[in-house]
Write a protein that binds this ligand. Structure first.
Ligand SMILES: Nc1ncnc2c1ncn2[C@@H]1O[C@H](COP(=O)(O)OP(=O)(O)O)[C@@H](O)[C@H]1O
Ligand SMILES: [Mg+2]
Length: 225
């Protein structure tokens, strides 16, 4: 059965579309077969030419359900669903049909408020720092901002996907034959990180830690984790 990853969140400009394409590309670099499923009706689907992944036009709910149903039958495929902004109802549907759900957010107080609400609403979703600053001062400020969050939210935040100007390339109607190395590297790293969620979901880690604590050998298990 195909695995379905959704990138959602009730705010525009957080990087959902960029991350959908970058992750799709990155997963193909890890040898997976991938469909990037575009559900945002405000966005024209992009040409598949030159891409390592398939693009599915799923701008209507009917088309989306058909695409996901079809994907589910395809062994070893991964579907990456790009959500749209301000679509709370659609987000709930995407959440329910997905194995992994990502909530990108940027380093602003407003984004943090939104992502906390979404983490609350979607208990199995992961928050993904997006377009994260590389500059030392900005990075420190962003880290301090995250440190203000309650632990229950902080422990569901993945390592950041940094600002990467080359990420725009995959959003072009047609991609160039040769992609920048930084884009390939960033995409591969992102894909590895997301695949780790499949292999070692939070529940399993939490369960393992809980069992270890009961057995009194937490340090050993924690090292392994
Ligand atoms: N990691 C990144 N590095 C640099 N620019 C980015 C990154 N992620 C997104 N952007 C830019 O931010 C803007 C919004 O991104 P987009 O993916 O369209 O967000 P959304 O789909 O959530 O509305 C776009 O101009 C995009 O090029
Ligand atoms: Mg978008």
């Amino acid at each position: 059965m195909a695995e379905i990853i959704s990138i959602i969140g009730n705010k525009g400009g957080t990087g959902k579309t960029t991350l959908s394409h970058t992750l799709s590309h990155g997963l193909t670099l890890l040898g997976r077969r991938v469909a990037c499923v575009m559900t945002d009706e405000d966005r024209e689907p992009l040409s598949p030419v030159g891409r390592r992944y398939v693009i599915a036009d799923a701008r209507s709910p009917v088309a989306r359900d058909k695409v996901v149903e079809k994907l589910r039958d395809l062994k070893s495929w991964i579907g990456v669903l790009d959500g749209g902004a301000n679509r709370s109802i659609t987000d709930i549907t995407l959440y329910q049909m997905s194995d992994v759900v990502l909530l990108p957010f940027r380093d602003s107080a407003e984004d943090l408020r939104t992502v906390m609400r979404d983490l609350d609403l979607f208990p199995k979703a992961w928050a993904l720092p997006s377009q994260w600053p590389r500059n030392r001062f900005q990075l420190d400020a962003a880290t301090r901002l995250i440190d203000t969050l309650p632990l229950e939210f902080r422990e569901r935040i993945l390592p950041p996907f940094f600002a990467l100007s080359a990420s725009k390339v995959l959003l072009q109607e047609r991609v160039p034959e040769e992609l920048p190395a930084q884009l390939n590297n960033g995409a591969r790293a992102l894909a590895k990180q997301i695949m780790a969620i499949f292999e070692d979901p939070f529940d399993d880690v939490a369960d393992a830690l809980g069992r270890a604590a009961q057995d009194g050998d937490l340090s050993e298990e924690a090292d392994e984790v």
